[in-house]
Ligand binder design. Structure first.
Ligand SMILES: Cc1cc2nc3c(=O)[nH]c(=O)nc-3n(C[C@H](O)[C@H](O)[C@H](O)COP(=O)(O)OP(=O)(O)OC[C@H]3O[C@@H](n4cnc5c(N)ncnc54)[C@H](O)[C@@H]3O)c2cc1C
Length: 352
């Protein structure tokens, strides 16, 4: 296959942050658009399903994955500075295989602002658009200009603008009509050369009230990193994929039912612009007494009920099944108690 090395029976144990033992039938790592196209043509020729893989921080993998896993290792970035209506901005194009947090820090160093609230989110640039990563009051969609993609079936390259990506909360066209249809090779973000501070998120706001200092982009990034380290387990120490469930968005009228179920307990919620409300899934799971629960190799993190963890990093074959069984147990309990369906956030690959 030209220069492209296709491996068989490749272990993905160290390539997914849930530390799941998974073997890819075929595997390759690509570092150029040309190699992406070669990999896709190999898959077409051998009639193989294609699974793109970034840093593996938002996937649950079955022990055997049939088809070709394509690890996106494209590196590099380039910037173009432009003059906006009242201020300068810079459009930065990142290759899919660059690490998200490294790029946030690189931008901060150069005085390119807008990503600081998204500091320390694991994963690579390419995957950021798949679920429109978001944290501390900011989503990727607010900065995205365009994406370069390769069509999985035809191998042709094209560009999508932000509108075409159909972004919403933890969602995009890549989870809907373009699901499994393209590989993102590059994305372009528009960053501001003037600080544009957003500390509306309650935990960030409280941090700066206590700090008694004016926020700067660097301080916001530091604050986000500190809060995240306190709340979320580091996958290098305790295997996890971050939030296992999306926060459910429900009709405001349905909130009364949740409130009624829990009597005098105040139900936390965040009003949405369309009149609906977002309820923290962690709170619902907590109410069902799952925090700290352990089932075999897996469990619910004791500080954050939204995070399922794998205590075995030695590739126990049952961990993936166990984690999905625990997720199901939580979904059933929350449904029975509150009538709310929790949707799983990471992508599940393979059959169980
Ligand atoms: C501790 C922890 C905290 C987290 N916190 C947050 C958070 O605050 N906010 C948030 O939004 N997410 C969070 N996540 C989830 C995760 O960081 C993001 O979803 C991230 O964007 C995944 O990147 P990845 O490179 O690891 O993707 P992967 O896990 O490798 O892939 C995820 C999905 O994207 C697809 N994909 C990957 N790369 C490409 C590509 N180039 N082209 C096409 N498809 C591709 C894969 O096929 C898969 O379906 C967290 C995860 C962890 C472990």
């Amino acid at each position: 296959m030209g220069d492209l090395q296709i491996e068989t029976k490749k272990s993905l144990l160290t390539m997914n942050t849930m530390a799941l033992a998974s073997t890819a039938e075929y595997f390759c790592s690509v570092s150029t658009v040309d190699e992406v196209q070669k990999a896709l043509s190999f898959a077409r020729k051998h009639n193989l399903a294609v699974t793109p893989l970034g840093a593996g921080s938002n996937v649950v993998l079955a022990s055997n994955l049939s088809g070709l896993v394509v690890h996106l290792g494209l590196k590099g970035w380039e910037s173009v500075v432009s003059q906006g209506v009242s201020t300068e901005y810079v459009d930065v194009t990142f290759a899919a295989g660059e690490n998200w947090h490294d790029m946030v820090l690189m931008c901060l160093d150069r005085g390119w602002y807008g990503l600081e609230n998204l500091s320390l989110i694991p994963g690579n640039m390419g995957a950021a658009a798949i679920q429109n990563i978001g944290a501390y009051g900011v989503e990727l969609s607010s900065r995205l200009v365009s994406l370069q993609v390769v069509d999985i079936h035809s191998g042709t390259c094209s560009e999508l603008d932000r509108e075409a990506c159909q972004f919403s909360y933890r969602d995009s066209v890549f989870k809907q009509s373009l699901k499994d249809k393209c590989i993102i090779t590059h994305l372009t973000l528009r960053l501001s050369t003037e600080p544009n501070i957003n500390i509306d998120y309650p935990a960030l706001n409280a941090y700066f009230v206590a700090l008694d200092k004016d926020p700067t982009p660097q301080l916001v990034s530091n604050a986000v990193c500190k809060i995240r380290r306190e709340k979320l387990p580091d996958p290098n120490e305790l295997a996890n994929v971050g939030s296992f469930f999306k926060n459910p968005v429900i009709a405001r009228s349905a909130l009364a039912h949740v409130q009624a179920v829990d009597g005098n307990v105040e139900v936390p919620f965040y009003p949405q612009t369309d009149g609906s409300v977002k309820v923290p899934a962690a709170w619902l799971i907590d109410q069902c007494q799952f925090r700290g629960v352990r089932r075999g190799n897996v469990g619910v993190h004791d500080k954050q009920a939204l995070v399922l963890v794998n205590y075995s990093n030695e590739g126990d074959n049952d961990s993936a099944r166990e984690v999905l069984a625990l997720a199901k147990e939580i979904q059933v309990a929350v449904k029975v108690r509150f009538g709310i369906v929790l949707e799983v956030e990471p992508r599940i690959y393979g059959s169980f």
